[in-house]
Structure formats: structure tokens, C-alpha cells
Design a protein around this ligand. Sequence first.
Ligand SMILES: Cc1cc2nc3c(=O)[nH]c(=O)nc-3n(C[C@H](O)[C@H](O)[C@H](O)COP(=O)(O)OP(=O)(O)OC[C@H]3O[C@@H](n4cnc5c(N)ncnc54)[C@H](O)[C@@H]3O)c2cc1C
Length: 382
Amino acid sequence: MMAGAFHFPPFQEDEGLRSLREDVRSFLGAERRNGGIPPAPAGFDPGFSRRLAGQGWIGMTWPKRFGGHERTPIERHVVTEELLSAGAPVRAHWVADRQSGPLLLRFGNEQQQQRYLPEIAAGRCYFCIGMSEAGSGSDLASIRTKAIKVDGGWRVDGAKLWTSNAHRTHMMILFARTGPAGPSRHEGVSQFLVDLKSPGISIRPIMNMAGEHDFNEVALDAVFVPDDDLLGIAGNGWNQVTSELVYERSGPDRWLSTYHLLRAMADLCPQLGAEGLQGVGRLTAHLWTLHHMSLSIAGLMVKGEHPATEAAVVKDLGTSFEREIPEAARRFVSESVRAALPAQHAFPQALRAATLLAPALTIRGGTREILRGMIAKSLGMR
Ligand SMILES: Cc1cc2nc3c(=O)[nH]c(=O)nc-3n(C[C@H](O)[C@H](O)[C@H](O)COP(=O)(O)OP(=O)(O)OC[C@H]3O[C@@H](n4cnc5c(N)ncnc54)[C@H](O)[C@@H]3O)c2cc1C
């Protein structure tokens, strides 16, 4: 799909990976039979997270001494694909497993790693992302939340916005200004591990377009954060936060968010006309390509590479693909086909959910325009 400046070496699944895929499918099959997978995909269910942890499928790539399982990023990728395509309720542990844990492994000290990683890997400790603020989303360097050094720790004042799941997670990784921005604007920022039960934190719900409570505004009023909870080095926050975004941008969650609708549309193939069949075929081919590109990034991470631009390419293509699915569904599944569907058919509910979710897909984790700017920069075009 892309050549030259980008590096997407092919990756082939072997027998071990196929057998892991089968194991995840049979676990999910049992969960489905026991009512563990609700009809709406990607719910928040601590019980499911703990059962998944029991299988060794949270913190899969982390060292065993921190509760991990020392599996490869490719194996984790396979598990992730299966969980998302089944619509499993993974949201409780998702951020901690995907990015907070890897960030702690890379920049945390031994004491922080010992404290949080085993709890995350057991499916008991959940994190949220405290980056964006009002007026500071794409331009993250302009954040105004401040952490000022005081005796024994830091005093934090400010507010974070769009903080997904802050009302039901335990910890936030907070991005705050701790010093002057410097000419690059990337100096003087730091990351902190913040217990969301700390005095001075108030969490206000923001309802999304579907009428659900996922987002929040988190106000921090003279919150005391002990020195022990500074993550990494004070002032090195920009480097840390950008490395965190690679974990956020490259995975299957950036191209499988509306898969359940494609699946429901594929089930209707016998009722679709020639144009509809071509449309489903084309989307399925795109899905397969994204699967390979995303797997290729996991392969590069196994080799210790840090494929930030490739991750941006996958997120840009993947989220555009996710948005295309509800448009295709509206175009190809006619009113008469919809009217004839049995009451319990998955299509109408999947179409409604995907339509309401679609606008957010190319915004969360960095907008399409910002990603394209990064890609253009890496091509030497700006
Ligand atoms: C579903 C969802 C979940 C989220 N969860 C979290 C979370 O848990 N934690 C968190 O910290 N944040 C979260 N966010 C916030 C998200 O990261 C920001 O919304 C995003 O970074 C965009 O920032 P903004 O909303 O301030 O928009 P803006 O940055 O104001 O952008 C507005 C528009 O201007 C465009 N634009 C901005 N700058 C440029 C530029 N330089 N060149 C070209 N175009 C530009 C953007 O692409 C966009 O179209 C979430 C957002 C969504 C939608």
C-alpha cells in the first residue's frame, strides 16, 4: 500500500500463532455462552478483565517478575484482534494494558513497576489518559495544568478534558507543565501517576453523542502528588508522551471499531445487489491489508524498533476505514432489505452504534490532520 519512506515488512502467522488464535476463540465462545459478552461491543466489565487476566492475556509482553507473561507483541496482537472482533468488553483494562503499563516499563522506577504492573496484569488496576485540555488537544504543548514543586512532592492545579473512563478507573497518567516551555515548546513538561481518589480531584461527566457517559472533565484543585509518583524524569514529559502515543496509534483498535457492522453487512450478502457485493468485497480486502500492516508494526516492535510514522499511517488509514463502513452500510443495504430483517438481526443496532461512534474515530488519539502532518514531515514535505 505504501512504499519507499515507510517500512512495512511482511509478517506471516505460524502454527503457534494460529493455535493461540484458536485458544482465544474458544475462551470467547465460552464467555458468549455464559453471557459474558454483551451485544454492544467493547463494554467496561471488571469481571471480564479479571477472567482474561486469568488466561494470561493482560500484560502479555511484560516480564514475569512484574506479573507479565513474556510473550511477543505479535502474540498480543493476535489476542487483541480476536477480542475486538468478538466485541468483548475490554474497556476496563484497555488503556493500562495498551499504553500505561508499557510506559511504566520504559520510564517508571522499580518501585512504581512493582506497585502497578502486577495489579494491571491481574486485571485489577485500571488507568486513564490525562493529556487533553480545553484548547489543548492537537496542540498538546500548550497545556495549562501546572505542577509546582513543594515539600515532598508537587502541587497540581488545572483541568483535563475528554478523559475517557476517569469515573471508573483507579489511576491517571497526568501530563502537566512543570517548567518553562523553551523555544521548542516541548521543554518543561512532565508525567505523574495520579490516584483518582486524591483530595482535590473532581470528575464531571460529559455525555457523548450516543447519550453514554464515557468522557469526563477532571478538575485538579491543589492536588498533592508525592515525589514517588513522578513518572520518569521531570521535564522529559514530551519525549515520554510521544512514545506513549505509538502504543495508542498502531493497534487493531484503530481499524476494528466498526467491524461488527461490516460483519452484519457481510451476513446480508445474499440480499445485496452487485454494487453492494463489490462494496463488501472491497472493504474486506482493506480489512485484510490493515491486518497485515498492523501486524508488521508489531513485528518491528519485536525487533526493538520505534515505528512512530508507520503507526501514524496505520491510524490514518485504519480510522478512515472504520468511518467508511457505516457510510457503505447506508448506501448498500436498501430500505427494503432493512425492513425485511428479523427483529433480532444485528444490522440495525450495529449501524446505529457505528454511525454515532464514527465522528470520534478520526479524532481520538490524534486527529487525521495532525497524523498527516507527521507523515508529511517524515517524507520531508514540510
Ligand atoms: C472518543 C474520544 C476519546 C478521547 N479520550 C481522551 C482521553 O482519554 N484522554 C485525553 O487526554 N484525550 C482524549 N480525547 C481527546 C483527543 O485526544 C482530542 O480531542 C484530540 O487530540 C483533538 O483535540 P481537540 O479536541 O482539542 O481539537 P483541536 O485540536 O482543536 O482540533 C480541531 C480541528 O482542527 C484541526 N487542527 C488542529 N491543529 C491543526 C493543524 N496544526 N493542522 C491542521 N489541522 C489542525 C484538527 O485536526 C481538528 O479537525 C478523546 C477524544 C475522543 C473523540
